[in-house]
Ligand binder design. Structure first.
Ligand SMILES: Nc1nc2c(ncn2[C@@H]2O[C@H](COP(=O)(O)OP(=O)(O)O)[C@@H](O)[C@H]2O)c(=O)[nH]1
Ligand SMILES: [Mg+2]
Length: 196
């Protein structure tokens, strides 16, 4: 799919300030620093579309981008701040939960996971949550350029092993690198087939 136009529309701090639900949306979620904004920019082919490296405040917002006038990329706030107590009902914000549970135009959630590290409880918990919520999602293992190929595969295998018992069919997985552009064509292919 060729990207001919990519436009930042709006930032929302609550559900009521989100855009209308007229276009299909593809949302990016994951821990802060996993590479959401960078991947969004890489897919859109525009380096400065979403702000890379979080700045406080900005991270608490949902950012909407319309691509080719037909569909949207949505940059969600990062989850998993160390300060949030484990006993909290959910380890991610009410805003993320509200968005994911209520948007009728949510075509797919891309859950980003850092392929260069071993599985983290916060990511496993989120995958279990979104699976239980019955939302369409795929796993995107990022930053494959950071470690040797064997190491990334090992981390991905560990992750898939840890979630295996929660799913009848394991979720679809992708591997990406914004340095080598690995996975870009595949992700755009998923989007293309959803919006076709
Ligand atoms: N080596 C490498 N670094 C990446 C990749 N994607 C993102 N980064 C870096 O990771 C940091 C966080 O990226 P960002 O997109 O702001 O993460 P976000 O907080 O999830 O939106 C930045 O320094 C990026 O340059 C990647 O594929 N490979
Ligand atoms: Mg970001």
């Amino acid at each position: 799919m060729k990207i001919t136009s990519a436009v930042f529309n709006a930032s929302a701090t609550d559900l009521s300030s989100c855009l209308d639900e007229a276009l299909p949306e593809f949302a990016f979620i994951g821990r802060s620093n996993v590479g959401k904004s960078t991947l969004l920019n890489t897919l859109a082919g525009k380096r400065d579309l979403a702000r890379v490296s979080d700045t406080p405040g900005f991270t608490k917002m949902i950012n909407f981008f319309t691509i080719n006038h037909k569909w949207r990329l949505v940059d969600l706030p990062g989850y998993g701040f160390a300060k949030v107590a484990k006993s909290d009902r959910a380890k991610f914000s009410q805003l993320i939960e509200a968005y994911l549970l209520s948007r009728k135009n949510l075509a797919c959630v891309f859950v980003l996971i850092d392929s260069s590290i071993k599985p983290l409880a916060i990511d496993l918990d989120f995958v279990q949550w979104i699976g239980n919520a019955g939302k369409p999602f795929a796993l995107v293992f990022t930053k494959t350029d950071k470690v040797k190929a064997g190491k990334a595969s090992e981390n991905i295998e560990l992750f898939m092993g840890a979630i295996a018992s929660w799913f009848v069919d394991p979720p679809e997985i992708f591997t990406t690198s914004c340095k080598t552009k690995e996975g870009v064509r595949e992700l755009l292919g998923v989007i293309a087939s959803c919006v076709a």
